[in-house]
Design a protein around this ligand. Structure first.
Ligand SMILES: [Zn+2]
Length: 336
């Protein structure tokens, strides 16, 4: 009799666990697929998307922690004259398409007066938050290409970038020149994959499969590799050369002069650079005044990072702990 009761209890427990696992998996799926719906529609909040978001919140509240507040909605634009985002494009990264006419001329998707804002080398204290503030003051969006190491130093800043609704790709682990003669094919692959895994570790979610080569040094073997991984490659149409600028005015002048000549394009900047952060409010005002429109690029599906690189990063972060003694038994003041 006892055995029968025990068996019954065990079956009930197993059913609960199975249901909980299914519930969690289903809600994760809903979370991942929601942004694709937004991008595919290419329109700001749709009732269906709002309903999906509400359903997601409901799942969170009922399935886990009842006291958890609902996810904060994206702040509405309070600036009536904001530059804004004129259109959102969704990128199918199958086969690793290349963007930016400096190197890739097949995909001409921008109309006249359309620009894409891109920012490399972050996340970095002060400068990245200043860039984010300038973008949110103008209710506009760009694509960020963080360095893996920087993401591991400042994950909280990268999470701010994600929370602001910006698109996030990756820019290698250590900003190595992948086209250097000293670089083996395997080392170049490691730089790419470890970079993406570090961004994922910082964010807690997978980044977009968007990659930019450091210094725009395209290693042909790595370009082919990125194709097999379905990762889009970003060069640019227009380099701000902000890392060389001696003041913010110079950056605004360089970008506007090149843009007025080209008429449109993907603009390369660095949220890592102080002068870029200082230049951005004025640059965004000038873009608006010049009749330019910002296009945000989003990925159709997030990147599947490789487990071996994810695991290697976790191991690196966890050095063995040898000390178990309290601090006052290790450190003693002997003179004051
Ligand atoms: Zn860079």
């Amino acid at each position: 009799m006892r055995n029968a009761l025990g068996l019954m209890l065990a079956s009930v427990a197993a059913a609960v666990v199975i249901t909980a696992v299914w519930f969690f998996t289903a809600s994760r799926h809903a979370e991942l697929s929601a942004p694709a719906t937004v991008a595919a529609a290419q329109v700001a909040p749709l009732p269906a998307v709002k309903a999906a978001a509400a359903a997601q919140n409901a799942v969170d509240v009922t399935a886990s922690i009842p006291e958890k507040p609902a996810a904060a909605p994206q702040p509405k634009c309070s600036n009536p004259d904001a530059l804004g985002v004129s259109r959102v494009v969704e990128i199918d990264t199958t086969g690793g398409p290349g963007f930016g006419f400096e190197h890739f001329k097949q995909l001409d998707f921008l109309a006249d007066k359309e620009v894409v804002l891109t920012f490399d080398d972050g996340p970095w204290p002060v400068n990245t938050p200043a860039v984010l503030k300038a973008l949110s003051d103008e209710c506009t969006k760009g694509v960020f290409f963080p360095i893996g190491k920087h993401a591991s130093y400042h994950p909280e800043i990268l999470r701010q970038v994600a929370a602001a609704g910006q698109t996030i790709g990756a820019h290698t682990w250590s900003h190595a020149n992948l086209n250097s003669k000293k670089m083996t094919e395997q080392q170049a692959t490691d730089e790419v994959e470890k970079g993406f895994s570090a961004v994922k570790q910082a964010l807690g979610t997978a980044p977009s499969p968007f990659f930019r080569f450091p210094e725009l040094q395209h290693n042909p073997a790595t370009v082919s590799y990125l194709g097999t991984r379905n990762i889009a490659i970003f060069s640019c149409d227009l380099d701000s050369f902000d890392f060389r600028a001696s003041n913010p005015e110079q950056i605004v002048h360089t970008v506007m002069t090149k843009l007025d000549k080209l008429g449109k394009g993907i603009i390369l900047m660095h949220d890592f650079q102080k002068h870029t952060a200082e230049a951005l409010p004025e640059l965004l005002r000038r873009l608006k005044a010049g009749g330019y429109k910002v296009v945000q690029m989003k990925a159709k599906t997030p990147l599947q990072t490789l487990p071996e690189y994810d695991e290697a990063l976790v191991k690196e972060a966890k050095l063995p702990v040898t000390n178990t003694r309290p601090v006052n038994s290790v450190v003693q003041t002997v003179s004051e």
